[in-house]
Design a protein around this ligand. Structure first.
Ligand code: MG
Ligand code: MG
Length: 269
C-alpha cells in the first residue's frame, strides 16, 4: 500500500534527505587515491550521529556498515573495505539516514583522481537519466513512465539497465510501495499523486545489464565486470509536480562543480 505523506511529513523527510546530502558532500571532499572505503564509512557514521541522525543502513537487513561502497564493476550493496581507492576508480556511495522517524536515502558515484573519458560518460549519462526519470514523477503519470524514461535514455547510449534492483517508496520505512524499476512501459503501473515520496535510483552498466551476486549475499557485480554507476535522489510530488528533497549541491560545492540540473525540481512554495 502506498503511504501518502502530509506536507508536514514531507518537511520532516526533507531534513532526513538533506542530512544524507550533507554526508555525501562531506565524503566528496575525502574521496581520493589511497583512502579506504572503511575510513570513509567511519567518517560518515560520525557525521550522521553528530548531526542527530541515525545511520539508516547500519543493521538494516543486517547490513554491517553506514555506507554501501561499490567500486568499479560493483553495482550496489558493496561493503566498505580496507583496500585503498586507486587513481582512475569510480566509487558508488549510497547512504541512508533515519531522522525524525523518517528515512533519507541517496547516492552518488564519485571519480577517484583521473577517470577515463568512457567512464566519465557513463557517470554523466546515468545522472542525466535520473533527472529524465524524475521529470516523469508527477501526478497522473504512472510508475512505467519513470522506468521508460530512464531505460530509453540509457539504452540509446548502449548501456545496460539493471533489472533486479529498483527504486522504491520512502518514508517511515526505507523501502515502501511502490517499487520504482528503472525500466518499463509508458502508461503502466501504479498512478502517481500528491504526497507520494520515492527514491529514484538508476543503476546503469557500461556493458551488459546482467549482474552476479557475490557469495557474501550482498555485493552485486556486473556480469562482464565492466563499470557500473548509481545515482539516487529522494523526491516528493507537491502541487502535482516533482520536488527534490535531496540535493547534490553539497557534493558540487566540495568538488567545485557548477550545475543548474536541480533548478526545475526545487521547492517553490
Ligand atoms: Mg540508496
Ligand atoms: Mg534506495
Amino acid at each position: 500500500m502506498i503511504k501518502i505523506k502530509t506536507p508536514a511529513e514531507i518537511e520532516l523527510m526533507r531534513e532526513s534527505a538533506l542530512l544524507v546530502s550533507k554526508t555525501l558532500g562531506m565524503i566528496a571532499a575525502e574521496v581520493k587515491p589511497g583512502v579506504t572505503t572503511l575510513y570513509l564509512d567511519k567518517l560518515a557514521e560520525e557525521f550522521i550521529r553528530d548531526n542527530n541522525g541515525i545511520p539508516g543502513f547500519l543493521g538494516l537487513y543486517d547490513f554491517p556498515n553506514t555506507l554501501c561502497m561499490s567500486p568499479n564493476a560493483q553495482v550496489v550493496h558493496g561493503f566498505p573495505t580496507d583496500v585503498p581507492l586507486e587513481d582512475g576508480d569510480i566509487i558508488s556511495v549510497d547512504c541512508g539516514v533515519l531522522m525524525n522517524g523518517f528515512y533519507g536515502d541517496h547516492a552518488y558515484t564519485f571519480e577517484v583522481g583521473e577517470v577515463n573519458q568512457e567512464t566519465k560518460k557513463l557517470l554523466q549519462i546515468t545522472k542525466e537519466s535520473l533527472y529524465e526519470g524524475i521529470r516523469q514523477f508527477r501526478a497522473g503519470n504512472r510508475v512505467g513512465d519513470v522506468g521508460f524514461a530512464i531505460q530509453d535514455y540509457c539504452e540509446k547510449h548502449g548501456y545496460g539497465i539493471v533489472r533486479e534492483l529498483v527504486g522504491h517508496g520512502l518514508g517511515k520505512k526505507m523501502h515502501e510501495d511502490p517499487e520504482m524499476p528503472n525500466y518499463g512501459r509508458k502508461g503502466r503501473g501504479k498512478k502517481f499523486k500528491d504526497g507520494m515520496v520515492v527514491a529514484i535510483e538508476p543503476m546503469v552498466n557500461m556493458g551488459t545489464h546482467k549482474i552476479n551476486q557475490l557469495k557474501d549475499g550482498w555485493t552485486i557485480l556486473t556480469a562482464d565486470r565492466k563499470p557500473s554507476a548509481h545515482f539516487e535522489h529522494d523526491i516528493a510530488i507537491v502541487n502535482g509536480k516533482p520536488e527534490l528533497l535531496s540535493t547534490f549541491d553539497y557534493v558540487y560545492k566540495a568538488l567545485g562543480i557548477t550545475s543548474n540540473e536541480e533548478d526545475e525540481f526545487r521547492k517553490t512554495h
